[in-house]
Design a protein around this ligand. Structure first.
Ligand SMILES: [Zn+2]
Length: 295
């Protein structure tokens, strides 16, 4: 069983109109990413993942309509971004687990949390403090963590840098997650992208907090950084706390799967240390749903 803990909800159920296609060249250095897509494309590109966690991003407080993963995206699905995630999950309940996205500056964020949990069946929360421009330790954000901890909802945080110009990088620095975990020790936290490029900072945070994990999405296409992240995780003895993830559409699950078999290629023929292959294989088949108490 392969579980992908990080992927983004399609904007369209049916065909994407040609004039709505967005090809984004900034997300990864080796190829452009088609960032508007439909249910069929998503499901096809998620193989070989058996179960995927899927969510949108609430870019603005009170995003009641509009986009799923960006600003002003159109869609053929009704409701807000969480309704669009729930519709997709309800169509493929054996393959998908939906998380909600909340904006701490939305005065109705806690009501939306309850609506998503009780009415829509969404089972965790996605936050991106840099994209959403809130401080991860401000009171309105803490209120969401409090509710999440009480209801057993894991929170996946975007961590580390991004190419979005108006997203303050410091709000996504991994050391802030240490402060969150100190306040909410029972909250299940996933630190996305191993906090790239601050992967050592991420390693020391997940090392000390039993309920804090990191996902490996969006890293492999920087081959040295990927190796470096994995060797730091080896030295800090946290390879067992890394979760398989694609960040689709930025990468596919198949690309991520293949790349885990190539981590050490960059040091072939050198005396540099190698990441244990059996531990890399274990990331692919990790039972993340059990760790997050979602099974
Ligand atoms: Zn993502």
């Amino acid at each position: 069983m392969i579980i992908d803990v990080h992927s983004h909800t399609p904007q369209y159920r049916g065909t994407v109109p040609a004039d709505q296609r967005i090809i984004n060249p900034a997300w990864r250095p080796d190829r452009a990413v088609s960032s508007v897509y439909n249910w069929d494309e998503y499901l096809r590109e998620q193989k070989p993942a058996d179960i995927s966690i899927v969510f949108g991003v609430a870019w603005h407080p009170g995003d009641r309509t509009g986009g799923v993963n960006g600003i002003d995206e159109s869609s053929d699905l009704p409701g807000n971004l969480n309704d669009k995630t729930a519709a997709f999950v309800q169509a493929y309940p054996e393959r998908l687990i939906g998380f909600m996205s909340l904006h701490p500056h939305d005065p109705q964020a806690l009501e939306e949390l309850e609506r998503c949990r009780c009415d829509l069946g969404l089972r965790g929360i996605k936050l991106g403090a840099n994209y959403q421009i809130f401080h991860p330790l401000e009171a309105r954000a803490l209120a969401i963590y409090e509710g999440a901890q009480r209801q057993g909802l894991p929170v996946l945080f975007h961590q580390g840098t991004s190419p979005v110009r108006m997203a303050p990088i410091r709000f996504a620095h991994p050391l802030l997650m240490d402060e969150v975990a100190l306040r909410y020790p029972d909250l299940k936290i996933i630190m996305a992208h191993m906090g790239h490029p601050w992967t050592a900072d991420t390693a020391v945070v997940i090392r000390k907090h039993p309920n804090v994990y990191a996902d490996i999405s969006g890293l492999f296409y920087r081959a040295f950084g990927y190796y470096e992240a994995m060797i730091k995780a080896t030295e800090w003895n946290v390879l067992d706390k890394l979760l398989f993830a694609s960040d689709y559409p930025v990468t596919t699950a198949a690309e991520t799967y293949d790349a885990l078999h190539k981590v050490n290629d960059i040091v072939a023929g050198t005396s540099l240390p190698r990441v244990p292959e059996d531990k890399l294989e274990a990331i692919i088949y990790r039972d993340s749903l059990k760790l997050l108490e979602l099974n």
